[in-house]
Design a protein around this ligand. Structure first.
Ligand SMILES: Nc1ncnc2c1ncn2[C@@H]1O[C@H](COP(=O)(O)OP(=O)(O)OP(=O)(O)O)[C@@H](O)[C@H]1O
Ligand SMILES: [Mg+2]
Length: 307
């Protein structure tokens, strides 16, 4: 299937000469949730700006559903929704007017029932007559989402949708995003909460200093880079690893009270049973056993470290 969004050889150099995007190539599949991760200043917002028409490309090509974003500007603009990182709203305008205006902006006929259902889903219906000024930060962010959904986009960009949002609302948003996916909407989100990507994304892309350094399905990523650590709380602390266990790559932690074994879960699924039996026959006793699985966050930090 041809990608819903295709970015080819994209470069962006800002007026001052700073190159924010370096030969970016990226295909997004219809209906997926793609999480774009990267440190501050990596180029995430610039990349989104290029696709949504807010930033001019220095070179490269971008198509949305096969249409060139320059040649078929009107078509592609209608297909895309954007929840920007920075709040950009008229502060004195009421919520309902703001959302209706957004829909009109994309050349869509008024559709009060759709707008009402969007506002209700985002728990904004009671606030529809309030001016933006009177909303809390999290509510303002929800209005940004309502705006983006008002014109029923096929591809939705969420640039840090849950920054500064409380835990409950974050979970609500995750639910919303999954619902959109089930309707066939393609979602590209950036986030600094790696947990969010781990929870939501089908595929993860990592950008660093303007370069996409990796795109993988979340599953492959966890499998390729994920590690597990087995920890045994020993009954008596040790000064060194017993000779009988020297062929295992074990480490002592917590002043000799813990034995640690880091392993690759995908490759060594049978080794743990052997290790435990070796430990038993070496005469070591332990009180408790823990297994830690590395999180997407650990993998991400490894990936952008020293680069
Ligand atoms: N209009 C501009 N003129 C010059 N440089 C810019 C402009 N906009 C962004 N940049 C630079 O481009 C780089 C990428 O910025 P961008 O906003 O895309 O980062 P980001 O990955 O979204 O970061 P964050 O996680 O902080 O939102 C930064 O070094 C930034 O200073
Ligand atoms: Mg940004």
């Amino acid at each position: 299937m041809s990608p819903i969004l295709s970015i080819k050889n994209l470069n962006k150099t800002f007026a001052g000469g700073f190159q924010a995007l370096k030969n970016v190539n990226l295909d997004i599949h219809k209906g997926e949730i793609f999480a774009l991760l990267g440190p501050n200043g990596a180029g995430k917002t610039t990349l989104i700006g290029c696709v949504t028409g807010l930033v001019n490309l220095t070179s490269g090509h971008i198509t949305v559903d096969g249409h060139d974003i320059y040649k078929d500007y009107r078509k592609t603009r209608k297909l895309i929704g954007l929840v920007p990182q920075e709040l950009a709203v008229e502060m004195f305008e009421p919520v309902l007017g703001t959302v209706n205006f957004s829909r009109g902006l994309f050349g869509m006929a008024p559709h009060p029932a759709h707008v009402e259902s969007v506002l209700k889903k985002l728990s904004l219906w009671e606030k529809r007559k309030n001016s933006m000024l009177t909303l809390s930060g999290g509510m303002k962010r929800r209005v940004m989402i309502a705006k983006a959904l008002s014109h029923e986009p096929q591809v939705l960009f969420l640039d840090e949708p849950t920054a500064g949002v409380d835990v409950e609302l974050r979970r609500d948003m995750w639910k919303q995003i999954r619902e959109l996916k089930s309707l066939g909407v393609t979602i590209i989100l950036t986030t600094h909460y790696i947990e969010e990507a781990e929870e939501m994304a089908d595929r993860v892309g990592v950008i660093n200093k303007g370069e996409i350094i990796l795109t993988e399905t979340k599953q492959d990523l966890m499998q390729k880079f994920g590690k597990k650590e087995l920890l045994l709380d020993l009954e008596n602390s040790l000064d060194s690893i017993p000779e009988k266990l020297s062929h295992w790559d074990l480490k002592l932690k917590s002043e000799g009270r813990r034995l640690s074994y880091i392993y690759d879960a995908a490759k060594e699924e049978y080794s743990i049973a052997r290790l435990l039996s070796d430990i038993a026959s070496s005469g070591l006793n332990y009180k408790d056993i823990h297994v830690y699985q590395s999180k997407l966050e650990d993998i991400f930090i490894e990936l952008v470290k020293d680069k």
